[in-house]
Write a protein that binds this ligand. Structure first.
Ligand code: NAD
Ligand code: UDP
Length: 324
């Protein structure tokens, strides 16, 4: 694969930092753009010394121009407590961020990939979810800033493609977890692991019977790169996720078993509009990208537990409490 110059927005975040690392390892030049809202310099510290790596502190809601061959647009807080912290900013990040990367892609003729989400399916009435499903989304609720921002971004991607011939790729990412999630991220996998390691109660929302499908970050990053390098004219959207489906109660019990923790389960109210079920159909990814996840939940959780064990006592991490 020839050397490329690649821009990753949100590159200092959880998924973005793994993506930057893999793209550099493949011999590319990588520009990581991030406003460090939820991302951390710590995530990219070991890339900083690499002459093929650059960090740009910038907000995607402001215009950008970087000469490049490919753009991965990942900039957007992804955890409900973080995207609900400033919902107007989240909506702007989704919509104006998409417009700014698409304008840039049009000018420099770059291929551009949008990190969309299973949230476009909302609280789905069809299960499992194929890409053809249009979703069941509340436009006025507390998740809407994120869900509708991502839906509008998909619309913009297709309009720039139809109107101006911009070379687009859209992936719908299902729940992804792994090392470099923040202890205070607020999503379920990091919350449960950090709580188990600290001996705190495991915060199960509702009755814990809601389901999610969890994909380990290395599998997801492989899927992102395969999609970016997929054949001309294949735009997606394509689901990327692990079809293994678990209740939150099952996840809590697995985390307790793998950490050997004596934490107890503590039930909390179910947040508004929390989807009852989620599982991707990944036939399209298998067919077009030759991609499917390879890392079972148990193995991925063990890697993630090891990561949190190693960082929780470090300076800068001890004060980060789980958000719930
Ligand atoms: P994350 O919060 O760790 O990463 C998001 C990154 O974007 C952070 O580094 C943050 O500082 C940066 N960012 C946020 N707003 C920005 C702005 N206005 N300008 C510039 N940078 C900004 O979350 P993540 O899990 O790594 O998610 C990455 C992308 O993948 C997001 O777009 C998210 O919506 C999408 N996604 C993630 C999941 C998942 O389960 N992890 C699922 C579906 C979609
Ligand atoms: N959840 C939970 N305890 C937590 C955090 C989340 O039970 O401490 C539940 C949440 O209600 C949801 C599921 O876990 O049903 C996944 O939540 P997350 O925020 O990780 O992702 P999303 O809801 O965006 O899929």
């Amino acid at each position: 694969m020839p050397h490329k110059r690649i821009l990753v927005t949100g590159g200092a975040g959880f998924i973005g930092s793994h993506l930057c690392e893999k793209l550099l390892n493949q011999g590319n030049e990588v520009i990581c753009l991030d406003n460090l809202f939820t991302g951390r310099k710590e995530n990219i510290r070991r890339l900083m010394g690499n002459p093929d790596f650059e960090f740009l502190r910038h907000d995607v809601i402001e215009p950008i121009y970087v000469e490049c061959d490919q753009i991965y647009n990942l900039a957007c807080p992804a955890s409900p407590p973080h995207y609900q912290f400033d919902p107007v900013k989240t909506a702007k990040t989704g919509v104006m961020g998409a417009i700014n990367v698409l304008d840039m892609a049009r000018r420099c003729k770059a291929r551009v990939l949008q990190a969309s989400t299973s949230e476009v399916y909302g609280d789905p009435e069809i299960h499992p979810q194929p890409e053809s499903y249009w979703g069941h989304v509340n436009p006025d609720g507390i998740r809407s800033c994120y869900d509708e921002g991502k839906r509008m971004a998909e619309t913009l991607f297709f309009d720039y493609h139809r109107q101006d011939g911009v070379d687009i790729k859209i992936v719908r990412i299902f729940n992804t977890y792994g090392p470099r999630m923040r202890p205070d991220d607020g999503r379920v996998v990091s919350n449960f692991i950090v709580q188990a390691l600290r001996g705190e109660d495991i915060t199960v929302y509702g009755d814990g019977q809601q389901t999610r499908s969890f994909c380990y970050v290395d599998d997801l990053v492989e899927g992102l790169i395969r999609m970016m390098d997929s054949r001309d004219g294949f735009t997606g959207p394509v689901n990327l996720g692990n079809p293994g489906e678990f209740t939150m109660l099952k996840l809590a019990k697995l985390v307790l078993e793998l950490t050997g923790s004596r934490s107890r389960l503590g039930y909390k109210p179910l947040p508004q509009d929390d989807p009852a079920q989620r599982r991707p159909i990944i036939d399209l990814a298998k067919r077009e990208l030759g991609w499917e996840p390879t890392i079972p939940l148990r193995d991925g959780l063990l890697h993630t537990i090891r990561y949190f064990e190693s960082v929780l006592n470090q300076r800068g991490y001890t004060e980060l409490k789980t958000v719930h």
